[in-house]
Design a protein around this ligand. Structure first.
Ligand code: NDP
Length: 461
């Protein structure tokens, strides 16, 4: 039976709440309309209960919630609250707390510095026994601050009730990777350095800054995408098979991978690259030079494309370069995991042509899978060619946020990042950032609308 739950959204009038969180919740409530859930908003803005209810209704509907679902959640509560004020916070908590057997989820949709101050305020408040914390990314600014934040939240609730949100873990294809890997004899047999030459996890997008300088110019591609999302995806791709699909097993397995991960060759100067878009055209759209975008400070020297090659130093993966890359304003979008297999040990004489390295491509968006295998040529059967076997993966009912929220509201930590994993991701990112700060990795220009430069991309081990 589902535990009656109150979701208290802190930062209820913010961008994330409006664009991602509430629409995700809308998709979830449409699937599980009988879920016993009360939604409460809080923010320092004076929205009033009606103002919040209107926004809530709009955003839930955007996520696919029907009129019947909207009617159930029309009576939502709203509190004007400065989350850094412990007394105010305690009053709101006393007001929203239900029976002792109810669950309370505090969702921190707040700027990261405010989240930290809110957690300090909470150390002076009484929290109901089944309180869960949902913490948005970025979790900390570096390894040290992530550790300090972990220590702070540990004073509030046990770690299995802290959900560090990474919505890539809710993407349907990332979840599908687990079935692909652990429910197929064929993939299980070849999933190691014995058969895999290289792995690339790319999230190259056409979107440019789109008015988000306030956030992005401080983060950059490395922190925005690789520190959290792509390293998490890598951990799912590379983890050891768990004996059960549970939060504990999966998070143990992912943390073990991240602890074993090193920069390729142990040197950030050669293992990483950074670039920034200059003016160009994407389709019909003119994109200005990043440095001329409103709100960008050239002194921050922010990159819009980052690439890091790592190695998981264990029995299964040693020697396989794993390249993580994300870039903005690109002409060709690739959002995918590419597994490149080793060549055959011996190609029988008589066969000619074709790169015989086969590839498995798992699309992160769109959700497709392609297996590229070497086959006989159409005209001359001995002139080999690559054939593509493609399929669409299942269409997820829930958005990635909806999937992550479903787990959080169920009190299940399976799709959230554990504290130690967050610190490990910062360990790797900090090393790269230090090298960039020291000037050992040049900033490369690429024209908006151009493909990823040919000399970027994965190394083959
Ligand atoms: P916003 O600034 O849009 O929203 C934050 C909200 O918190 C605002 O309504 C803000 O009010 C409110 N707030 C600030 N200080 C206080 C306070 N002391 N007490 C109560 N409310 C306060 O930020 P986002 O929604 O963009 O981001 C929220 C979090 O989500 C961040 O951690 C971000 O990194 C993360 N995130 C955001 C994504 C996005 O696409 N927006 C994507 C992924 C993660 P006011 O406007 O008055 O300052």
């Amino acid at each position: 039976m589902t535990t009656p739950t109150t979701l208290l959204v802190l930062g209820a009038s913010g961008d994330l709440t409006r664009r991602l969180l509430l629409p995700g919740l809308g998709s979830l409530l449409e699937r599980d309309p009988d879920r016993p859930l009360r939604i409460v908003g809080a923010d320092r803005a004076d929205l009033g209960a009606d103002g919040f209810a209107d926004r809530l209704g709009e955003a839930l509907a955007e996520g696919g919630a029907s009129d019947a679902v909207l009617a159930r959640h029309r009576e939502s509560d709203y509190h004007r609250l400065d989350v850094t004020d412990a007394d105010e916070f305690a009053r709101v908590l006393a007001d929203v707390a239900g029976d002792a057997n109810e669950r309370l989820v505090l969702y921190f949709a707040l700027p990261p510095a405010v989240t930290e101050r809110a957690c300090h305020a909470l150390t002076h408040c009484d929290l109901p026994p089944d309180t869960h914390l949902a913490m948005e990314k970025p979790f900390g600014r570096d390894q040290e601050s992530a550790r300090a934040l972990n220590e702070l939240v540990a004073r509030l609730v046990p770690d299995e009730r802290v959900h560090r949100v990474d919505h890539f873990l809710g993407k349907s294809t990332v979840i599908d990777v687990m079935a692909l890997r652990f429910a197929n004899r064929m993939t299980q047999a070849v999933w190691s350095a014995d058969h895999i030459a290289a792995i690339e996890i790319a999230y190259d997008e056409a979107l440019a800054l789109e008015g988000r300088a306030g956030y992005y110019d401080h983060a950059g591609a490395l922190v925005d995408m690789i520190q959290s999302h792509l390293l998490q995806v890598m951990a799912v791709v590379a983890m050891e098979p768990p004996s059960q699909i549970t939060g504990r097993e999966l998070r143990d397995a992912k943390s073990a991978v991240l602890r074993a991960t090193r920069l390729w060759g142990g040197d950030a100067a050669t293992a990483s690259r950074r670039g920034r878009y200059t003016a160009g055209t994407i389709g019909e759209r003119h994109v200005p030079n990043y440095l001329d975008e409103t709100g960008v400070d050239p002194a921050r020297d922010t990159e819009t494309m980052a690439q890091v090659t790592v190695e998981v130093v264990n029995q299964r993966w040693r020697g396989v370069p794993i390249t993580l890359r994300s870039g903005k304003a690109l002409g060709h979008t690739h959002k995918q995991i590419v597994i490149t297999f080793e060549d055959v040990r011996h190609l029988p004489e008589g066969f000619r042509g074709a790169d015989t390295r086969d590839r498995l491509i798992i699309g992160l968006d769109p959700d497709v899978m392609e297996l590229r295998l070497t086959t006989n040529g159409t005209e001359d059967p001995f002139e080999l060619e690559q054939s593509t076997f493609a399929t669409e993966l299942r269409r997820a009912e829930l958005t990635a946020y909806g999937e992550v929220l479903a787990a959080i509201l169920d009190g299940e930590a399976m799709l959230s990042v554990r504290g130690d994993a967050a610190e490990e991701c910062w360990r790797l990112t900090d090393e790269v950032l230090a090298a960039w700060k020291a000037g050992t990795v040049p900033m490369e220009d690429y024209e908006a609308g151009s493909p990823v430069p040919g000399d970027w991309g994965p190394a083959l081990g």
